[in-house]
Design a protein. Structure first.
Ligand SMILES: Nc1ncnc2c1ncn2[C@@H]1O[C@H](COP(=O)(O)OP(=O)(O)OP(=O)(O)O)[C@@H](O)[C@H]1O
Ligand SMILES: Cc1cn([C@H]2C[C@H](O)[C@@H](COP(=O)(O)O)O2)c(=O)[nH]c1=O
Length: 204
């Protein structure tokens, strides 16, 4: 039986990475073999592209093309083989992030992103996307507290992140069955409770 494909999404600082490990452990507890991965990245080539994408200035179309190039490699080498052998895949970010960041944040027309999506993965879509949503000021405060250098995207101003968040909301409104909004501003335990309820509905 084919595995399920779960993606985590949200603006920088929404809390995705914090809950990723718990989610993987919960699915393993339920008896699933889980592949934990991320984008951009997930393969040796993808991780090299990640370094360029997070730190090298580039044209917005170059950025979008490189995100999908890394995704093509990731799908071929990791995601599709895992799903085919019945493993579940939990991926920190996927194509919704391209619509949110390159579309909403940078202003690339969604039609161009739809063309890339139709080329790179016309027949693969997440079974479930957990959209961690927090107010901008909460995310900004959390990123300010993080003791690490901000990457190209984290260095963007609040209006950029506001457009990213709005684009995520638009995606969730378009696909409410697939994209479940998680209130990431609540306590860790309250977020975990939301995740337990959502996972239970998918795993049942
Ligand atoms: N519910 C929460 N309550 C309080 N702090 C939180 C909560 N969730 C995450 N944090 C803290 O916020 C910071 C950012 O969390 P995390 O790295 O998971 O965000 P992220 O969405 O993965 O961001 P990025 O996409 O930039 O990696 C971390 O220091 C984390 O400990
Ligand atoms: C997949 C994907 C990612 N991004 C951006 C979003 C983040 O700022 C970084 C990834 O770093 P993180 O540690 O996972 O937050 O890349 C993007 O702009 N477009 C995409 O398709």
């Amino acid at each position: 039986m084919r595995g399920k494909f779960i993606t985590l999404e949200g603006i920088d600082g929404a809390g995705k990475s914090t809950h990723h490990a718990w989610l993987v452990a919960e699915l393993q507890r339920r008896g699933h073999t889980v592949v934990q991965t991320r984008e951009p990245g997930g393969t040796p080539l993808g991780e090299k592209l990640r370094e360029l994408l997070l730190h090298e200035p580039m044209h917005l179309e170059t950025e979008a093309l490189l995100m999908f190039a890394a995704r093509r490699e990731h799908l071929a080498q990791v995601i599709e083989p895992a799903l085919a052998r019945g493993d579940w895949v939990v991926c920190d970010r996927f194509t919704d992030a391209s619509y949110a960041y390159q579309g909403g944040g940078r202003g690339l027309p969604w039609a161009k992103l739809q063309a890339l999506e139709q080329w790179v993965h016309p027949h693969v879509s997440p079974d479930l996307t957990l959209l961690f949503d927090v107010p901008l000021e909460v995310a900004q405060a959390r990123m300010a507290a993080a003791a690490r250098e901000a990457d190209r995207f984290e260095q963007e101003k609040m209006d950029f992140h506001a457009r990213v968040r709005a684009a995520y909301h638009a995606r969730a409104a378009d696909e409410p069955a697939r994209i479940r909004v998680i209130d990431g501003s609540r306590t860790l335990d309250q977020v975990k409770t939301q995740l337990e309820e959502t996972i239970a509905s998918v795993c049942s």
